[in-house]
Design a protein around this ligand. Sequence first.
Ligand code: HEC
Ligand code: HEC
Ligand code: HEC
Ligand code: HEC
Ligand code: HEC
Length: 398
Amino acid sequence: MVAAGMSAGAVQVWSVVGTAAPSAPVLFDHGLTALDPGQIDSKWTNEACQACHEREFAQWHGSRHHRAATNDSFREQLLTPGDGRKQWCINCHAPINAGAKNLPTQEPSGLDGLYHRQPTWLRNGVDCLACHVRGDEILATRATAAATRAHPIRIAPELGTAEFCAGCHQFSSHSDVFPDSLSGELQQASLEEFLEQQAGARCHDCHLLDGDHRMAGGYDKQMLAGALDLGVSAEWNEELRSALVSVEVSVGHVGHRVPGGEHFFRYLTLQTTVEGKHGVSLQRRAAVSGSHAPGTESAEMVDRWPRIEFLGHKMGTFEKHFVGEPNPDSRLSPGETRAFRYLVPVDAARIGSVASIRTQLWYHLLDKEKARSLGLSVDDTRWIVAARETELTLGANE
Ligand code: HEC
Ligand code: HEC
Ligand code: HEC
Ligand code: HEC
Ligand code: HEC
């Protein structure tokens, strides 16, 4: 059953009892069952593919898919009671495992020794076999004569669809009561957000362009910088004796909200500072009511820097214990420009001096506390996507 299109709040139930499938399925089912690739011919290994597909192999080898089960963040969470220790994590992060009979909520056998043993399927994460091999056949969206001579090909149009990616890239939590079902808010919603755009493109058009098997995403600083833009400007408001600062962040060609992917982890912050030379404070303490001065209605008075805006979708209490309203989703939508306007009342003694206004857009793989609790270096988990600055002579508008 193709179930990738499930929507938030929907409860879906799949049977985990084996059915007599005519041939091994192409699509993944959101981790509910371990992939059953059929009896893979032992000659098909990733290294065997490498012999003829050097380029795809090298790209995949450097990708997050390759390291999906061995990166520190995943390893730590998989081994932590409560967060991990479930078959379903492995079903998506290293599909070529032999856990087919486990329920998704079951603890995989021999879990504690797993990283000591380092079986091949674990080291390879999401690999050529998981996406391309079923039984003794190679899945492809086309079959050239040369390809058919090299290996038996099974034409699988599914491979070319967003649903194929969404089999792993869209899911909500599972329940202990019905371990073979998913319920509640989506924790990754790539497909739903993608369909919202109705842009007609596929995941592949951006993430697998020209067959680029790096399948880059948030870890790729260039891709992020290319997708996001930042602007800052400032003007003097004589009536309020204040600087009015505007910061704008905009999203270009992206197939889903930004940041995409995992809601629990990824977010952006926009960090703005307004100060004089050598970090001197410009601030007047007296309150200002901006709401009546023309042009400043939407501005917020700010007196502490840096001012930090959060753009993300921090979900509420983790999955099944979650009750109440979902947290707001403040991520950006494709094509959107979001503006933040700050009103900065200026101390009379600073009039005539120059204010320096700096803004930085940060990408966060996960928050500081979580990074520390996983033993990761915080600096490796966040970086600046874009930075801009401008100056304003206080008391003058030219
Ligand atoms: C995450 C899934 C995934 C993984 C992992 C993966 N592929 Fe692919 N591969 C695809 C998809 C999807 C297509 C393109 C389908 C389409 O658009 O026609 C593709 C296309 C290809 C093609 C056709 C030519 C091209 O580059 O577009 C080759 C050859 C190929 N893959 C080989 C490999 C090899 C070898 C590996 C392992 C080193 C690998 N793939 C790993 C999903 C994957
Ligand atoms: C003996 C060499 C050889 C090996 C080994 C090999 N391939 Fe291929 N493969 C080819 C050739 C040749 C083509 C055709 C390339 C073309 O037409 O441009 C091809 C094409 C493909 C295609 C695209 C289908 C098409 O018609 O272009 C995919 C997908 C693919 N291979 C995947 C794999 C995977 C995955 C493995 C490892 C399990 C693998 N191949 C192992 C030689 C090989
Ligand atoms: C078998 C499950 C599976 C399938 C199928 C799959 N992915 Fe992934 N993908 C993952 C996992 C797991 C990760 C997380 C890797 C990690 O731990 O960082 C990931 C990571 C990614 C990333 C993030 C890379 C980065 O730099 O941050 C992108 C982009 C991505 N996949 C795109 C795709 C696309 C496009 C497809 C379909 C052609 C696809 N994936 C199919 C499981 C899958
Ligand atoms: C129009 C281009 C485009 C399309 C279509 C698109 N993406 Fe993306 N995707 C991006 C860009 C650019 C980023 C980097 C910005 C961000 O993190 O959101 C990204 C980021 C991601 C990430 C975040 C990786 C991380 O490290 O957290 C994942 C996962 C992802 N995309 C999966 C998908 C899937 C699955 C589809 C199809 C359902 C898809 N994308 C469609 C452009 C696209
Ligand atoms: C339905 C498939 C699926 C299941 C089930 C799943 N994941 Fe993931 N996971 C993904 C995908 C896809 C990504 C990549 C999202 C992104 O890059 O934003 C990911 C990302 C992650 C990351 C972030 C890695 C990084 O790059 O920082 C961690 C950690 C993680 N998963 C742990 C787990 C654990 C632990 C479980 C089990 C409780 C689990 N996952 C279950 C598909 C899955």
